[in-house]
Design a protein around this ligand. Structure first.
Ligand code: NI
Length: 237
């Protein structure tokens, strides 16, 4: 849990001084407390929550002191409210993955707005007011369509195709081969193999000195102020 405090401290310093976190580490931090090279990385999970897999993932992340970002399907939220409350209580970022997992590209303005708003309202009722960032299902949206979105949007820079592979070692290998600081990894917490792979990935990368943060934290640590309707693929923008 010491790592979480370090992340929070760096975020505070970044906010107060308005500079990049790395600069602050160099200037102000006692060398003994902060690793020479701090590597931040973000795990993101789509299509949940799902009892039987998401709960096991939350247990594992807690044991490892790792934070993640969950893009939830609105219609799954009510029946899994305990899981969503846990995500919020345990410091994970909660995002919007539309109400019914529709392809927003080409869906039309009314559908786009409704799919986002319904999920937003459900999340606000359950875990409070907030800007629940959007991950559009299948990733793509046209420029005009993005203008209907009033929150930042999150894509990814590492996609192990876990939903297709359904194989712990293959998924783990794909992520570890592509892992580097500031990447955003796409996975799905509705498959048991993905949960197992994710926890093995956290173990392997923490061993290499990585710290798992939310997407919001990853951008803040890189001095990025997220803008509504803009798609972010990594901690570098
Ligand atoms: Ni999805």
């Amino acid at each position: 849990m010491g790592k979480r405090w370090l992340v929070l401290l760096l975020l505070c310093l970044t906010a107060v001084l308005g500079r990049g976190a790395e600069e602050i580490v160099t200037v102000n931090a006692p060398a003994a407390e902060i690793p020479a090279e701090t590597k931040y990385i973000a795990l993101t999970f789509d299509d949940g929550p799902r009892m039987g897999t998401t709960d096991r993932l939350l247990d594992g992340l807690k044991e490892r002191g790792a934070s993640a970002t969950f893009f939830l399907v609105g219609e799954r939220v009510a029946e899994n409210r305990q899981l969503v409350e846990r995500m919020a209580a345990e410091g994970h970022q909660i995002g919007n993955h539309t109400w019914s997992h529709v392809r927003l590209q080409g869906a039309g303005e009314a559908t786009i707005r409704q799919e986002i708003r319904k999920t937003q309202e459900t999340l606000e009722q359950l875990v409070g007011k907030g800007d629940y960032w959007l991950r559009p299902p299948y990733g793509q949206m046209d420029e005009k369509e993005r203008s209907y979105v009033s929150v930042p949007m999150v894509q990814w820079s590492v996609d192990p195709r876990d939903w297709e592979k359904r194989d712990v070692q293959k998924v783990k290998k794909a992520v570890l081969a592509a892992a580097k600081p500031n990447v955003i990894i796409l996975m799905h917490d509705i498959y048991p193999t993905s949960v197992d792979a994710a926890l093995e990935i956290v173990d392997a990368l923490e061993e290499q000195g990585y710290i798992f943060v939310t997407v919001k934290e990853l951008l803040a640590l890189n001095g990025i102020t997220p803008q509504p309707g803009v798609l972010y693929r990594s901690g570098k923008g």
